[in-house]
Design a binder for this molecule. Structure first.
Ligand SMILES: [Ca+2]
Ligand SMILES: [Ca+2]
Ligand SMILES: [Ca+2]
Length: 224
């Protein structure tokens, strides 16, 4: 089945001719945006902790599976430790569903590419700071820049999944998607990166070098 057929099936429209593509680029863009409005067959969550990983466990917060913000960015609730102040570490959880009817919509056949994002929050002004995004899955994934605040230790983080039309003819094996975190503090005081297991699951907590008050985290997307 062609890419056009799958997109139109997923958004609930009927299309009789699948081999020819009479649509304008505007129509194709609109259909890609409609596909981006579908629930995602991937679940990305994060949890914060304090006291060297021994106390103040926060709740896992997940990237919203609802309507995206703007065209295609879905964002979690704030990921904070139990007192919402200076967490020592974060960990990620990822779940994928390769059998989902939406799997093909997310992995190339119907044109959805994706990347992970992270944003650090310490005070109201940090809402204006740019997000840190990984490269897109179609680009092979990789690490984002470090998400940090304007000053001091971040209190909470937001995580996100951003989507766009898939630019390649090849597909992606969504069951092998992994997510990572890498903590940094005072420049060189970084810890070891942590990555979720192949097939999904929870990563270890990502700490900086002294297990105390990191200045920020990079998020990773790994697809091979
Ligand atoms: Ca705390
Ligand atoms: Ca530290
Ligand atoms: Ca710090």
């Amino acid at each position: 089945m062609s890419k056009l057929c799958i997109v139109t099936t997923l958004i609930g429209l009927s299309l009789s001719a699948c081999s020819a593509d009479p649509r304008s680029s505007e129509e194709m863009t609109r259909e890609a945006e409609q596909a981006a409005n579908l629930a995602l067959p991937i679940r990305l969550g994060a949890q914060a902790v304090d006291w060297g990983g021994s106390d103040q466990f926060g709740h896992f917060r997940y990237v919203s599976n609802g309507p995206p913000i703007g065209v295609a960015l879905r964002v979690s609730a704030p990921v904070c430790d139990a007192d919402g102040y200076d967490p020592d570490a974060l960990r990620l959880k990822i779940e994928t569903d390769p059998t989902s009817a939406l799997y093909q919509a997310f992995t190339g056949a119907a044109g959805l590419d994706f990347r992970f994002g992270i944003h650090a929050v310490g005070d109201a002004w940090d809402a204006l700071r740019p997000w840190s995004f990984t490269p897109f899955a179609s680009e092979g994934g990789g690490w984002s820049t470090v998400a940090t605040t304007g000053a001091g230790d971040p209190d909470c983080y937001l995580i996100a999944i951003d989507t766009r039309p898939w630019p390649l003819s090849s597909k992606l094996d969504v069951s092998r998607i992994r997510a990572g975190l890498f903590a940094f503090d005072n420049g060189a005081n970084s810890g070891a990166p942590v990555i979720t297991p192949v097939g999904g699951g929870v990563s270890p907590f990502a700490f900086d070098g002294d297990l105390y008050d990191p200045d920020g985290f990079a998020i990773g997307l790994f697809v091979d």
